[in-house]
Design a protein around this ligand. Structure first.
Ligand code: MD3
Ligand code: FE
Length: 210
């Protein structure tokens, strides 16, 4: 089977059910302040199938006119993003040796009703809107399980697959940080954790200087 790239680490069920519920409570409070928005692709304006929000001083956003970027203000309300929850700060320090905190934590919500009822997913892509490409990325899965795929640094190569369950943590450093990855399918209706159902992914990133 294809190998996982160097720098990839998986911590199955890192968070207990109580901690997962606490994380969902912080997401609920966060999106009361900074509501989920519908991201759209640069130039075409085609919607991504997930909806998004962010925690932290910076948030990742995208729309037809201005494309992929980080900004301090919510694209609809103009207000700030909520603070990074304590459980996520503690996780960052536990699983990385990075000096300091990530500036951004993207919240992706995958829903069964998205994508004309086929369910939200995320195609293979590389995260390269950050200046600090040497910093690790830390990701938390909540709610319905999903099939995560990761390949190499070139488009079109073989990919390795891994099912991610609620409470799982994935750390991407080194080569893995620069690799193609995506969510090929979500097993909707398996978990009652996420209000209104589906899967929530929380991904912390260091953005770095412009
Ligand atoms: C590998 N999110 O937000 S999480 C993304 O489940 C993203 O929502 C997926 O890809 C999700 O960009 C995958 C695991 C993940 C996150 C960031 C990565 C894997 C990564 C960055 C580089 C390489
Ligand atoms: Fe990504």
């Amino acid at each position: 089977p294809p190998a996982f790239p160097p720098g990839f680490a998986h911590y199955p069920l890192y968070f207990s059910p109580d901690q997962q519920a606490e994380l969902i409570d912080t997401v609920k409070a966060g999106v009361a302040q900074a509501p989920f928005f519908q991201p759209t692709m640069p130039r075409t304006g085609a919607p991504l199938s997930v909806v998004m929000s962010n925690f932290g001083p910076l948030g990742w956003v995208t729309d037809k006119d201005d494309g992929y970027r980080y900004q301090a203000d919510h694209p609809k309300t103009g207000g700030p993003w909520p603070d990074l929850p304590r459980l996520l700060k503690d996780l960052w320090h536990d699983v990385t040796d990075w000096p300091g905190l990530p500036e951004a934590c993207l919240i992706n919500w995958y829903r069964a009703s998205a994508n004309d009822g086929k369910g939200a997913k995320m195609g293979l892509h590389v995260d390269n809107d950050e200046h600090a490409m040497g910093a690790p990325v830390v990701s938390v899965s909540l709610g319905d399980p999903a099939l995560f795929r990761i390949g190499g640094e070139a488009r079109g190569g073989k990919t390795a697959g891994l099912k991610l369950f609620s409470g799982d943590v994935v750390v991407l450093a080194g080569k893995a940080r620069r690799s193609y990855h995506g969510i090929s399918k979500v097993d909707y209706g398996q978990s009652a954790l996420v209000p209104h159902g589906g899967r929530i992914n929380l991904t912390m990133r260091v953005v770095g200087a412009c």
